[in-house]
Design a protein around this ligand. Sequence first.
Ligand code: ZN
Length: 155
Amino acid sequence: MSDLEDLYREIILDHYRSPRNSGELEPPAHKAEGFNPLCGDEIVVYLQLDDDNTIADIKIGGQGCSISQSSASMMSAAVKGKTVEQAQELMGSFKGLMSIADKGEELAEPTPAEIRELGDLAALRGVVKFPTRIKCATLAWNTLDQAISETQSAD
Ligand code: ZN
């Protein structure tokens, strides 16, 4: 195992043991629930937007495997304080990272620029070697996407 894989494993375990932004928000915060039947993972996203479409607060509930829960923790930390547009860009980058395995391509080490952009989320890159776990890693983002749709349709 490389030093990078060791580091990634530690980052994942740290988020799993000490999840960021764990909890609930009261309405008018928007709520979305995601479920991954393949693994039994559940993610609940509570989303509070400012008037200027900035993610003022985000809380995460749910339960499941270490990949799903650490991914949700990383996602919440990554998007809090960002605009909805920035969060959606990050979602695109993360899903791009996760889609490589679908095509069966050899994995290259992430570039320093990619790691900087994704922060702790880059630690989940190793998941793409295990295609059944990709849905665990992307569940939080799909649930965030639902929560964002909620905010748009409510207006
Ligand atoms: Zn899972």
